[in-house]
Write a protein that binds this ligand. Structure first.
Ligand SMILES: NC(=O)c1ccc[n+]([C@@H]2O[C@H](COP(=O)([O-])OP(=O)(O)OC[C@H]3O[C@@H](n4cnc5c(N)ncnc54)[C@H](OP(=O)(O)O)[C@@H]3O)[C@@H](O)[C@H]2O)c1
Length: 268
């Protein structure tokens, strides 16, 4: 029997970066997949690639999670009892452009919240009853180390990731003893389309601070299968997280803000 035990996972943000890498990781472990994003070409290409490498024919679903109709399309798929989804992976997300919360129109922060908070609330609400009834599966939420270090101008992004972290960790506790679980993954900087999509220059960030989407995906899926509440991938970010826990919060907030300001100056 493969690690998946015949389970099916629905992955938001599967067209790129961490979500795509989690899809590849889960497919290699034998999970059936429902790939979700807005970019149809990227999803069909990924489904074909996974099929060519010996997997089953995976489903894909085109949905904008910043839009009520898109969210409804995905909740309907999650609640379908005929083709049950055992694992919900929420990786879809957008960053705030330079200037952060105050330097952008309100709409920029609202767009972050719609995908990071509102969509996750709705998708988990649709998925969990079936999982609890079947007594297996769970939720894998992609948060960020920013959930712990809200020091950059992108405070609404950091706050949305803190919300997702609290939600996923809370579910880990709430589902104990049910066969269902919940894991939050909180990566540091990851080389993906994330920074360029948000127009964020990332050239000032030192090489050692970066993880690959594959490193994040492998740690996330292992953590999920081990039923861990929180996973911080990468040695350097584990160290940052440990230091953050041992120092006064005012120090870690200010320290991260200084680091982000320094990387911006370094990139200029
Ligand atoms: N990269 C980092 O440094 C980093 C660090 C910590 C946490 N994270 C988090 O990791 C997650 C994945 O980001 P990534 O690094 O993999 O970035 P990415 O390569 O830009 O991927 C983002 C994914 O989200 C999807 N998405 C964005 N807006 C969407 C919407 N309105 N509806 C549906 N799908 C949407 C995109 O798909 P379509 O455009 O095809 O819809 C894409 O698949 C995000 O939640 C991000 O906050 C990233």
């Amino acid at each position: 029997m493969s690690a998946s035990n015949g389970m099916r996972a629905l992955i938001t943000g599967a067209s790129s970066g961490i979500g795509r890498a989690i899809a590849v990781e889960l497919a290699a472990r034998g999970y059936g997949l429902v790939l979700v994003a807005r970019s149809e070409d990227a999803l069909t290409e990924l489904a074909a690639e996974l099929h060519r490498s010996g997997g089953p024919v995976h489903e894909w679903l085109i949905a904008d999670l910043g839009d009520a109709q898109g969210v409804e399309r995905v909740t309907a798929r999650l609640a379908d009892p005929v083709r049950p989804v055992d694992v919900l992976v929420h990786s879809a997300g957008v960053g705030l452009p330079p200037g952060g919360y105050l330097g952008n129109p309100l709409e920029a922060s609202e767009a972050v919240n719609r995908v990071a908070i509102d969509a996750l609330t709705a998708l988990a609400h649709a998925a969990l009853p079936g999982m609890l009834e079947r007594g297996r599966g769970g939720l894998l939420t992609v948060s960020s180390i920013a959930a712990f270090l809200p020091g950059s101008p992108a405070i609404t992004y950091a706050a949305s990731k803190a919300w997702a972290r609290a939600f996923g960790e809370g579910l880990n506790q709430l589902t104990r003893g049910t066969g269902v679980t919940s894991t939050v993954v909180a990566p540091g900087f990851v080389r993906s389309g994330f920074h360029s999509r948000a127009g964020l220059g990332a050239s000032g960030i030192h090489d050692v601070m970066w993880c690959t989407p594959e490193q994040v995906a492998s740690a996330a899926v292992r953590g999920f299968e081990d039923r861990r509440a929180l996973v911080v991938p990468g040695a350097i970010w584990k160290a940052v997280y440990a230091v953050h826990r041992l120092t006064p919060r005012s120090w870690s907030r200010a320290g991260f803000a200084k680091y982000m300001a320094w990387t911006t100056r370094r990139a200029a």
